[in-house]
Write a protein that binds this ligand. Structure first.
Ligand SMILES: Cc1cc2ncn([C@H]3O[C@H](COP(=O)(O)O)[C@@H](O)[C@H]3O)c2cc1C
Ligand SMILES: O=C(O)c1cccnc1
Length: 338
């Protein structure tokens, strides 16, 4: 199991990324060319099947074991009233996840995913990013490692999710530090804030950028200064997944923001990931573009929790069902192209 003992080890793990199995991908492409359909007629389902073949190292990849993990954390900057909801909701929603009543519970059940919940020090919010770093080195490493340790052993597709009142604020700051621009480019309405809260939220992000931007020289330092525990946990989990060649479906704005500092310093990190959807959060389209993702869905969801990833997992299942389950022209004695 991968573990990051120091910030340098985390940054180094980003430089040494395994690549997909090109031979398995080529074999899957050759099979696809034989299936009883016009070439390319299953569109992006065909791309998904090849993506999964490469990462699973198999001509007919399968996706029987899907794992969703929701990471939860609290944020110092939430005291600045940047969310439409109070911070107690984070812990209350964790209880709801355990009781099976949240959207991700229902959507994970629907796509056949297991669901685990990792609550990270909810009674100890991060530091206010407008005034100082979100986390100490030790706190940030602990969060990264909690994420890396959360991946089940035998998982074939990983769906990281998050819950943390206020977390679209650090997410916006991470985007600006990683890809440029300021609060006006990256701050959106989150849970549905009013105009006054939007002004406060932009101020927090601009203050945080003024304070930290020049010190964001590595992925670790960017996450430590501007992130949050559940965000760093998603980063650690997605990086650990790469080292185990487990493909990832990335959810909405916050999950993509967890990828942003890693992608800034190691653009190849996105290679084992598909973007599940474009969420309703205003800047998510811009973030997807910056990461080089073309999302599978656009359903105006803006929830988080991994909910969009769980919906998109059904598309991955369909892609592999077609790829593995269809007959070839020869098997079905259907005439191929002349
Ligand atoms: C009941 C409830 C359930 C949620 N599940 C996800 N979020 C989402 O909303 C939060 C981010 O928005 P903001 O930055 O505006 O606080 C995160 O917790 C995110 O996961 C929820 C929010 C609420 C209120
Ligand atoms: O895009 C998301 O995942 C999102 C947007 C708003 C609030 N919570 C999550």
């Amino acid at each position: 199991m991968i573990r990051f003992a120091t910030p340098a080890e985390f940054n180094a793990a980003l430089r040494d990324l395994p690549m997909p199995d090109a031979a398995a991908r080529d074999a899957a492409a050759a099979r696809q060319a034989q299936l009883t359909k016009p070439a390319g007629s299953l569109g992006r389902l065909e791309d998904i099947a090849l993506f999964m073949a490469g990462w699973q190292g198999s001509v007919c990849p399968t996706v029987d074991r899907i794992a969703a993990v929701v990471f939860a954390g609290n944020h110092g900057c939430a005291a600045r009233r940047v969310s439409a909801f109070p911070t107690e909701v984070t812990a209350q929603m964790v209880a709801n996840f355990h009781d099976g009543g949240a959207a991700i519970n229902a959507l994970a059940r629907a796509c056949g995913a297991s669901l685990a919940v990792v609550a990270l020090d909810l009674n100890r919010p991060t530091g206010d990013i407008a005034r100082g770093p979100a986390m100490s080195e030790a706190d940030c490493l602990a969060a990264l490692n909690a994420g890396a340790a959360s991946l089940p052993d035998d998982c074939q597709l990983f769906l990281p999710g998050e819950m943390g009142i206020g977390n679209t604020t650090p997410a916006a700051a991470l985007c600006a530090a990683s890809f440029g621009g300021n609060a006006a480019d990256w701050v959106g309405k989150g849970t549905g804030i009013d105009a006054a809260a939007l002004v406060r939220k932009r101020q927090v992000v601009d203050d945080a950028l003024a304070r930290h931007r020049d010190d964001c020289g590595t992925a670790f330092e960017t996450l430590r200064r501007l992130g949050g525990r559940e965000i760093a946990a998603m980063s650690g989990a997605m990086l650990a997944a790469r080292h185990r060649r487990i493909p990832v479906l990335i959810d909405g704005f916050i999950a993509c923001a967890a990828m942003a500092p890693m992608a800034r310093f190691a653009p190849a990190i996105t290679g084992h990931c598909l973007a599940a959807h474009r969420s309703g959060e205003g800047a998510h389209g811009r973030l997807l573009d910056a990461l080089g993702f073309d999302p599978l869905l656009a359903l105006d969801m803006r929830l988080g929790e991994g909910s969009g990833a769980a919906v998109a997992a059904q598309i991955v299942r369909s892609a592999l069902a077609a790829h593995g389950g269809m007959a070839t022209f020869e098997e079905a004695t259907v005439a191929g192209s002349p």
